[in-house]
Design a protein around this ligand. Sequence first.
Ligand SMILES: *[C@@H]1O[C@H](CO)[C@@H](O)[C@H](O)[C@H]1NC(C)=O
Ligand SMILES: *[C@@H]1O[C@H](CO)[C@@H](O)[C@H](O)[C@H]1NC(C)=O
Ligand SMILES: *[C@@H]1O[C@H](CO)[C@@H](O)[C@H](O)[C@H]1NC(C)=O
Ligand SMILES: *[C@@H]1O[C@H](CO)[C@@H](O)[C@H](O)[C@H]1NC(C)=O
Ligand SMILES: *[C@@H]1O[C@H](CO)[C@@H](O)[C@H](O)[C@H]1NC(C)=O
Ligand SMILES: *[C@@H]1O[C@H](CO)[C@@H](O)[C@H](O)[C@H]1NC(C)=O
Ligand SMILES: *[C@@H]1O[C@H](CO)[C@@H](O)[C@H](O)[C@H]1NC(C)=O
Length: 797
Amino acid sequence: MDSAMAFISNLLVLHILCLSTSYPFSSSMPDTLGEGLSLSIDKPSDVLTSREGVFTAGFFPVGDNAYCFAIWFSEPSYYNDDNRAVVWMANRDSPVNGRRSKLTLLKTGNLILTDAGKATVWSTGTASLSLTRLQLYNSGNLVLFSSEGVVLWQSFDWPADTLLTEQPLTRSVELVSSRSPTNLSSGFYKLFFDNNNVLTLLYDGIEISSVYWPYPWLISTDAGRSTYNNSRIAILDSFGNFTSSDDFTFVSADYGVRMQRRLKIEYDGNLRLYSRKNAGERWVFSWEAYPRTCNIHGICGANSICNYVPGGRECSCIPGYKLRNQTDWSYGCEPQFKLSCNKNESKFLPLDSVEYYGYDYGFFPNYTISECEDLCLQLCNCMGFQFTFYEDNGYSNCYPKTMLLNGYRAASFPGTLYLRLPKTFLLSDSNISSLNCLGQGIKQLDRMYTKGHTNEFVQFMLWFACGLGGFEVLCFLLVWYLLLTSHQNSDADVGRYFLAATGFRRYSFAELHKATKGFSEEIGKGAGGIVYRGVLPDARVAAIKRLNEANPVEAEFLAEVNTIGRLNHMHLIEMWGYCAEGKQRLLVYEYLENGSLKQNLDSNTVGWDKRIEIAVGTAKGLAYLHEECLEWILHCDVKPQNILLDSNYQPKIADFGMSKLLKRGELNNSSLSRIRGTRGYMAPEWISNLPITSKVDVYSYGLVVLEMLTGKSPTCYAFDVNGLGGTILSWVRHKVNGTSEVAPLLQEIMDPSMKGEFDMKKMKILLEVALKCVEEDKDKRPTMSHVLETLLHHDKQ
Ligand SMILES: *[C@@H]1O[C@H](CO)[C@@H](O)[C@H](O)[C@H]1NC(C)=O
Ligand SMILES: *[C@@H]1O[C@H](CO)[C@@H](O)[C@H](O)[C@H]1NC(C)=O
Ligand SMILES: *[C@@H]1O[C@H](CO)[C@@H](O)[C@H](O)[C@H]1NC(C)=O
Ligand SMILES: *[C@@H]1O[C@H](CO)[C@@H](O)[C@H](O)[C@H]1NC(C)=O
Ligand SMILES: *[C@@H]1O[C@H](CO)[C@@H](O)[C@H](O)[C@H]1NC(C)=O
Ligand SMILES: *[C@@H]1O[C@H](CO)[C@@H](O)[C@H](O)[C@H]1NC(C)=O
Ligand SMILES: *[C@@H]1O[C@H](CO)[C@@H](O)[C@H](O)[C@H]1NC(C)=O
């Protein structure tokens, strides 16, 4: 805690003492080791303690009978979470034996650490003709002085993974993370000033190294860093203000109070500041450099995916690859196949919302998926490609990948990684032994991103939000539009009373602004805009969607809302009104308290009977959209997030007609703008160049029913005993068909949360219908009315 003042005063005291006595301190002073004396590992009391007792230096256990000479905060936390905060280590990469090792201050002025009395594993390499002494300060600095008071060596110049307050990070110094939470030897992550004078975080891994902070996709100045100041110094004060000569600064969350603080580069590559007010209290984490921890390079090694899971993240290998070192993820995963150069022998497996950063063969804008596939197949070393389609502006990006590094999955990432695998590696009916559901429970963590305060974050978020990403509340909007239909007359006063009988009306922006309390209660996000909860002037609770990029031509907007507003069905969500004022376009829908089918599946609140009702109700709604209503409407984005449940758990389909409102081009425009819907639930026609018909909704419906049966989303991948991967569909088909050795195992398909409480006969029917709906060949899929007929027919029996 002592700052420079204390340091200087200590120095003066020492200096005066030296001059007056001209005799070495004895080791009786607990913060000082005199010349010719040692600290022995065999005597636990052989430690140095700084004058106010804040820091202790001594032998610290780092493994079985393995010790490092270290400095730590003397007072452990009262809680068990972080027993001793080690802030410095002399010999982290060569620990010494637990017996007969010692630290000795030689008469020559060299401080040496010897292992079991023999080999020197570490030394300061200093020499002095005069007397020397080693003193531990209350700042955490361990200093070797000559009797003239000259600093020969100090631990502040040789940090390990931690920077203390008033300890400068300079041009000659780097912080290096530890290898793992339990292995404190040097790891892969470094903090230092690079050659451009920029304070940088680097992943320096087994095979590759790359900078990940400041964000590599930004040039330094865009990241707010200056390259001109070559003094290269950064320092944290005890109030929590960090300043660096490249203009990077931050203040801790608890800024302003003098506290114990330590800035540590952690084994996972993040730079975190911890603080505590009083010795012994729990360390509180008060700042971090990198909130999106799955984006830290190298975190799961090569050919793997980092997933956010509740409370943290986890690594998994991609299908077809296996873990290289069972105990250490840094080695990543290795392929279990050899890719052939023959383009006829590879296929692609889509991994939704997965991104691999860097190592592109090139950037190919506006390529279609099939063009990108062809390109990748022509390259022998192409391991797959990253494909992103930005629905809002019709752009698409194709990045063939020569290496699959820095992989992570985030639900909000709008792109897909098409993984290249030998044809023989895509599962058909082989023995599937495990399922891996990527990225379950990501949502809360995605929210954290939005808290980012820098511009890069906002930009990043916008990109995400514009994408295809599946969001739950989107659906509400469409219904509203439908009700609006009769509003061809854009005159506000006329519109206001239009359809007054059904409650459908035009709202002013001011009304909706007030209803949503200034758009404060966000309940969902989607490609089209953000959805807010609001209370209308007549006290009804509504879901209000504010469109990002709606068709600005009011007449066309009203025409579409008119069409959608005319749809009226108990299984379609009801639109109560809209707002079209200036550039603002908002839709007002009924608000369903029970949320989406997705939320209910995740929280296990829908039992077997409800699931059947939901399957039937959804089929009714879709059949009406496809075949009965005035103008046939394809939904194009059927998914559990778009099926909302009313108070009786009756399903209501939301978000139909969205494509018309958002004016994303006609269905058969270009092959690019054709792509709609949500990855995972998209029919194969979207990707090939086949015509888009109502069968795309049938396909997605089949997947939704499968999800209700299995409780597993299409982002799950199946693996067989050899680690070969396939989709959840191949897993279900495998269980249904059985193999030559194994009989069909229908019970195993069922969502385990049902605990066996379901009707086998009905389950078989649903399963049969679902599997027909997901036929690759669209002509083999039934129509929605046919699906409905099958379900109702069996229901009566
Ligand atoms: C710690 O990691 C280092 C570097 O990878 C390794 O050499 C050492 O064996 C590890 N120590 C323990 C105790 O696992
Ligand atoms: C942090 O310290 C720097 C340099 O001393 C100073 O310019 C800046 O105003 C301080 N920031 C805050 C929030 O006090
Ligand atoms: C460079 O940075 C140091 C430390 O932050 C600061 O004291 C100095 O004024 C800076 N020099 C210039 C030219 O900005
Ligand atoms: C796996 O990693 C550990 C720790 O880094 C190392 O000790 C071990 O030798 C490695 N095993 C293999 C098979 O590479
Ligand atoms: C790939 O398949 C095509 C069509 O089936 C065939 O004409 C071509 O010769 C095959 N190429 C190779 C290298 O086998
Ligand atoms: C990609 O397509 C969009 C929309 O069709 C167009 O505006 C854009 O200029 C194209 N970009 C390139 C690089 O061709
Ligand atoms: C499938 O798994 C079963 C049980 O694990 C095993 O007995 C059988 O030999 C496997 N079949 C194949 C084709 O691998």
